[in-house]
Design a protein around this ligand. Structure first.
Ligand SMILES: Nc1ncnc2c1ncn2[C@@H]1O[C@H](COP(=O)(O)OP(=O)(O)OP(=O)(O)O)[C@@H](O)[C@H]1O
Length: 811
């Protein structure tokens, strides 16, 4: 990470954010008395004494213990109009999305207090302002996408789709909770937008209660996503894109069955509404006290979906609506109590910029030039040595950043070459010199500017229709949804691999480093089965294999804590080990033990190590449990027979192709069963070429074992080593900063284990999925591996033309 003019920038991912903590903007609006209330001679209990303070007149006469005055960012009496409420209490927040900041405006209050009345006006005013802004902007190009959903009786429904089946909520490591298969429509005009809004209005669940003839029986979320690119960079590779969504949330109102006189369906709806609002209230209350305690976002669909708007990466405005009549006094006080807590909640408004690699390199270069200039001026002005040194360090950092980009580019190229090789495409068609002939220099300065344009192969997939004779499919042809994060610029191949294939990029590797360290210390000839490690290196030159970038580590550890109580045990890891032929220059390492006694010895040493390590002492128990090693289990006992048999044969090149075919069939069956996405399959097969020396079976590999015993650090160790320098607290802080909570750390490690162990047998995978579900205590436990894997990778169910390139992927 480097800091560029106060912004945090992640290279390679091309995703830039600058964040600022701020409080939720809270306002209160009191509606006028309605005809019925007037007929009953009700009077209003509330008065706005200025534009920020509202008082309860009743308190003064009653000598109530409740507060009589409440102060908020803005308060509006019955004479106010929605335009004014929008201008002062919602506009700034709603229009933030134009600047790349996610935002939410929502209305909260009891039934019939005026939420829909207020929100429908605000939504239209905001959308109109957004359109007007876009029309006036010539310097940027905009893409608008519209979606709408409702939560009715705790089911999420698509208001634009034709299918009324409930939608699932999924956890996306980048975006947080996402609604699976929610229709997103690209807007083409204002009229189009109005049509969609009218459609949503017609679709929404509305029912008559004694308090409101048109009572909303669901929570409604209307979402507009705005992407904008500077006009000069509208070509895909050069630019940076601002992207953010604005949510307009019209909540259903809390209600008393006695007041609404509801029964049957209405009563059931009311129960769901009240329950989810109760959770929303709890979430707000907990957040108002700081983020240290557990916040039960997952207790309702509403709070899961709104998680980002409540204390997350968004700018938020809440308008609390009150019914003025005395009969509603208690409900109004509750609403104000909610508003008081909401006032204390902080969110971090972030600018979301997705940058292409080329744009990042350009920006880094400009920044370096600026710094170098500053440095020159400083030297001339005889500035202190310390300041000059600091500038020099900054420049050095920039250089490292650019080199890292160059390395990622090379890695991406290596992968693309692999894809082409697997597809039997002529390597000479590549726009760069194929592997083995590249210059070893990686600095951008040594390369021409045009060289930068082909950094990331997924950029190519999106933007280039042909390379020589070979046709790349356009994105549409690939049927990859627009929001697909894996094909966006902001995720680099390395990040992708780390996130979706290996254990948690840091935590997982770090934990698995323990046995490796023990092995280094304790054994010259053997390695522990719990430390099965597959490592693949890419290199331009076969001789450079050991020095080239490490692309992946995977470790399969054993026996999760729950197995003690459930009686379930993970079977021995099936080490997925890849020994590429030398021209492919993939190297691997297999860890395998020789005897039980040795395993126990290593295990003891392991636990001694962790007992003496300060960091490990501070490690969360749940994390530690995940890596508990069961000394009673042996590799031989639990390795499936078929694999053992194949293993015995695997030394023979003659049998290999048969074994490989068998294994491949099995894996494909398993993938089908688990609906493993095409992209995962692709990467997997990039690593397993099917060459004579490739094996997916557990076996000792003397050459790669040697790698673990050498003293020289390998490139892949660098991140791990660096990370190990941090204390547990510092690591936790880092994770927090990266938005990776403990649950997702655990889940990612477990998922990767599942992905790797899947090559054993389907029963084992099913068992693992159950254990994983229990282990991470998911609110919606996954009953089958398919369910679990789908929740992690929902977007690749569609068939794509890519599959025709790779028949071996089994699609
Ligand atoms: N500020 C206002 N000025 C005039 N009329 C209003 C105002 N606010 C609400 N109303 C009227 O009050 C009635 C109830 O309003 P609305 O349907 O917006 O309430 P709600 O809070 O959304 O209720 P529910 O939770 O039951 O859906 C409507 O007839 C609406 O027109």
């Amino acid at each position: 990470m480097v800091s560029i003019r106060g912004m945090e920038t992640r290279h390679g991912g091309g995703h830039e954010q600058s964040s600022q903590e701020e409080k939720i903007f809270v306002s209160v609006r009191v509606r006028p008395l309605n005809e019925k209330e007037k007929a009953r001679n009700e009077s209003s209990d509330w008065e706005c004494v200025n534009n920020t303070t509202i008082i309860c007149k009743n308190n003064l006469t009653e000598r109530s213990t409740y507060p009589s005055a409440y102060t908020f960012d803005r308060v509006y009496g019955s004479e106010s109009n929605t335009r004014q409420v929008y201008e002062e209490a919602a506009k700034r927040v709603a229009l933030s999305a134009l600047n790349g900041i996610n935002s939410s405006v929502f209305a909260y209050g009891q039934t019939s207090s005026g939420k829909t009345y207020t929100m429908s006006g605000i939504t239209k005013y905001a959308l109109s302002d957004i359109f007007e802004h876009i029309n006036q902007q010539n310097e940027r190009e905009f893409v608008l996408k519209f979606s709408a959903m409702e939560i009715y009786n705790e089911c999420v429904r698509d208001l634009l789709g034709t299918d009324r089946t409930p939608l699932r909520l999924l956890d996306d490591p980048e975006k947080g909770t996402v609604v699976d298969k929610l229709t997103e429509v690209r807007l083409n005009s204002w009229v189009h937008l109005m049509e969609l809004l009218a459609h949503c209005e017609a679709q929404r669940q509305i029912g008559e209660t004694s308090m409101n003839e048109v009572s909303s029986r669901s929570h409604q979320i209307i979402r507009l996503t705005i992407e904008s690119t500077p006009t000069e960079f509208s070509g895909i590779e050069n630019g940076s894109t601002l992207t953010a969504s604005v949510n307009f949330v019209d909540l259903a109102g809390s209600e008393r069955a006695s007041q609404t006189l509801s029964a049957g369906t209405r009563l059931k709806e009311g129960c769901h509404i009240n329950r989810s609002l109760l959770t929303l209230g709890t979430v707000i209350r907990k957040l108002s006290k700081g983020r240290n305690s557990h916040v039960p976002y997952r207790d309702s669909k509403l709070t899961r979906i709104l998680q980002n708007s409540l204390g997350g990466n968004a700018r938020t405005a809440i308008i609390c609506t009150l019914s003025p009549a005395r009969v509603h006094l208690e409900q109004s006080r509750n609403t104000l109590l909610f508003a008081v807590c909401a006032k204390e909640v902080r969110t971090s408004a972030q600018v979301n910029v997705v940058m292409s690699e080329k744009a990042m390199v350009k920006q880094l270069k400009q920044e370096m030039a600026r710094l170098q200039n500053e440095l020159k001026n400083m030297s001339a002005a005889n500035h202190s040595e310390a300041i000059v040194k600091e500038k020099e360090l900054q420049i050095e950092k920039m250089e490292q950043e650019m080199e890292a980009l160059a390395r990622e580019r090379d890695l991406a190229r290596a992968r693309l070459e692999e894809i082409l090789r697997a597809a039997g495409v002529d390597q000479n068609l590549l726009p760069w010199t194929p592997s083995g002939q590249l210059s070893t220099a990686t600095s951008w300065d040594m390369r021409s500017e045009s060289d930068i344009s082909d950094i990331v192969f997924h950029n190519r997939l999106r933007s280039q229709s042909s390379l020589g004779k070979y046709s790349y499919p356009e994105k549409d042809e690939l049927q990859i949804p627009d929001e697909d994060p894996y094909f966006f610029d902001h995720i680099s191949p390395k990040d992708f691999m780390d996130q979706y294939f290996s254990p948690d990029p840091i935590q997982g590797l770090e934990k698995t480093a323990q046995p490796i360290e023990s092995i280094k210390k304790n054994s010259n000839d053997m390695e522990s089965p719990q430390a099965s490690v597959a490592s693949v290196s890419y290199s331009r030159n076969p001789n450079e294999a050991h020095d080239s970038m490490e692309s992946r580590k995977s470790s399969v550890t054993e026996d999760v804590s729950d197995s003690r109580t459930t009686g379930l045990k993970r079977s021995t890891s099936c080490s997925v080990i890849i020994e590429g032929d030398s021209s492919v220059s993939e190297k691997n390492a297999v860890a395998e033990s020789k005897s039980d006694g040795d395993i126990k010895g290593l295990c003891r040493q392991d636990s001694q190590d962790s007992a003496t390590s300060g960091d490990d002492k501070e490690m969360h128990q749940s994390e530690r449990d995940m890596f508990v090693y069961d000394p009673n289990r042996t590799l031989q006992k639990e390795t499936p027979k078929a694999i053992q048999a194949a293993n015995n044969k695997s030394n023979s090149d003659e049998d290999w192709s048969l074994v490989f075919e068998k294994q491949r069939k099995k894996i494909i069956e398993l993938w089908d069963e688990c609906k493993i996405p095409l992209l995962h399959r692709t990467y997997f097969f990039l690593l397993i070429t099917g060459g004579a020396t490739t094996t997916i079976l557990p076996q000792a590999d003397t050459r790669s074992s040697r790698k673990w015993k050498g003293n020289e650090p390998r490139e892949g160790d660098a991140g791990q080593e660096t990370f190990r320098k941090y204390s547990a607290t510092e690591r936790d802080e880092l994770f927090q900063k990266w938005g990776i909570d403990l649950e997702s750390r655990n889940r990612r490690v477990q998922l990767s284990q599942l992905l790797w162990t899947k090559t054993d047998d389907i029963e084992h995978v099913k068992e693992s999925a159950k254990i994983v579900g229990k282990l991470v205590g998911l609110v919606e436990p996954y009953n089958t591996p398919k369910e679990m894997l789908l929740s992690f990778s929902p977007k690749y169910e569609t068939q794509s033309t890519l599959s025709s390139w790779f028949p071996m992927l089994g699609y």
